[in-house]
Design a protein around this ligand. Structure first.
Ligand SMILES: *Cc1c(COP(=O)(O)O)cnc(C)c1O
Length: 388
């Protein structure tokens, strides 16, 4: 049985009528760039999570860029970011002429290590961007303590973790600004690109609204040099509908994660591969289910699964500190040993909400076949079904 890494159509089909009718409403209104639908979504998004201000923009990457612009980050400044993350976390810093300073991760959670962050602070450090990777929050209380002690701002990269919590507080509420992405494969995905910024500061909210529209206020009077980064009415209409399903989708992702853990035990794979590590302070929203395959066998396992039509992905095959475009920053691969090691071991398995038990069993039994050969068919079933 083949299993796709992500089959978006299973989520889209049931919403077809509801979404098309909302898109028709936007079409008829002619309000395509910002407009009433975006304002409604901003309000509903803020209310849903208890954020004070929510400001829509064109993508998660733009959200990061706008956040740093609002904080006045520029040439001569340093911003501490993880190296084990999607490119946009660091490129936002680079594009403003500031210097991304890469910090290492906790190899169990893949998230920023507060201890390592502390060692990389200099006179020029202005901000930290913790990334809540794969849906689990970075240790925000500890990162906050480091930031406070040195007068640094925190910009949270919540692209993969909408609705996640750390010590009971939502991701995005810890920092000065939280940045969300509505890229289609995120837990709350639009029908194209989209992003959101959240803050509890009235000043920053004003600043962000100005910056996303060329620093223009009133019309054709420019207070500052911003960019063009608007959320569009069609995306807002889709996202308003999908927000109502988010909790259910996250619940199903969490059930899938729990079932994987049972299956890996049933197939005697514990000790051979490393399962995701969830910290007790975290409410994990499972945007990705990422295992570690030690012993240099990751790529062979991936190939084996690929030959059985089982989709996997590598987030991320190399750290940003090893990327060619950042060579001038002068990092050596081994400067961030955990990032280096983990990037050669990680493998993401299918975890999307509509994944079935049969499909998960096919994934794990194929991994068992890779390690144990054919013939191991443990008796599980009842306990697994009880999870669903
Ligand atoms: C997806 C993602 C982004 C960028 O979001 P876009 O909406 O695709 O621009 C930024 N950071 C992380 C960690 C992401 O996963």
């Amino acid at each position: 049985m083949g299993v796709p890494l992500y089959d978006l159509s299973r989520q889209l089909q049931p919403l077809r009528e509801e979404v098309l009718s909302a898109l028709g409403r936007v079409w008829d209104s002619g309000a395509f760039a910002l407009g009433p639908e975006v304002e409604l979504f901003e309000r509903e998004f803020a209310e849903y999570f208890g954020f004070r201000y929510a400001i829509g923009c064109a993508s998660g990457s733009d959200a990061l860029l706008l956040a740093l612009m609002a904080l006045g980050i520029g040439p001569g400044d340093e911003v501490i970011v993880p190296s084990f993350t999607f490119f946009a976390t660091a490129s936002a810093v680079w594009r403003l002429g500031a210097r991304p300073v890469f910090a290492d991760i906790d190899p169990r959670t893949f998230n920023l290590s507060p201890e390592d962050v502390a060692t990389r602070i200099s006179e020029r450090t202005r901000a930290i961007i913790p990334v809540h990777l794969f849906g689990q929050c970075a240790p925000m209380d500890q990162i906050e303590r480091v930031a406070r002690a040195h007068g640094l701002a925190i910009v949270e990269d919540v692209a993969q973790a909408v609705g996640a919590k750390w010590l009971g507080s939502y991701a995005g509420a810890w920092g000065e600004i939280g940045c969300f992405s509505f890229y289609p494969t995120k837990n709350l995905g639009g029908a194209g690109d989209g992003g959101m910024l959240v803050t509890s500061s009235e000043y920053l909210a004003e600043r962000l609204r100005l910056l996303r529209c060329h620093g223009m206020h009133p019309r054709y009077f420019h207070q500052t040099v911003g960019i063009n980064s608007r959320l569009d009415g069609f995306q807002a209409a889709v996202l308003r509908i999908k927000l109502r399903y988010l909790a259910d989708w996250v619940r199903r992702r969490a059930e899938n994660a729990e079932r994987y853990c049972l299956l890996f035990r049933e197939f005697r794979l514990e000790g051979l591969i490393e399962l995701p590590h969830v910290l007790p302070q975290a409410y994990h929203v499972w945007n990705q289910f990422v295992i570690r395959v030690p012993g240099g066998r990751r790529d062979a396992l991936r190939e084996f699964l690929h030959n059985r039509a089982i989709g996997t992905e590598i987030y991320y095959p190399i750290g940003l500190h090893e990327q060619k475009c950042f060579a001038s920053l002068g990092y050596r691969p081994e400067d961030l040993p955990n990032t280096y090691r983990v990037s050669r071991e990680v493998l993401a398995l299918p975890i999307f909400p509509e994944l079935t038990l049969d499909e998960q069993t096919a994934v794990v039994s194929s991994i068992a076949e890779f390690y144990h050969g054919k013939g191991i068919l443990p008796a599980f079933d009842d306990r697994l079904k009880a999870v669903a």
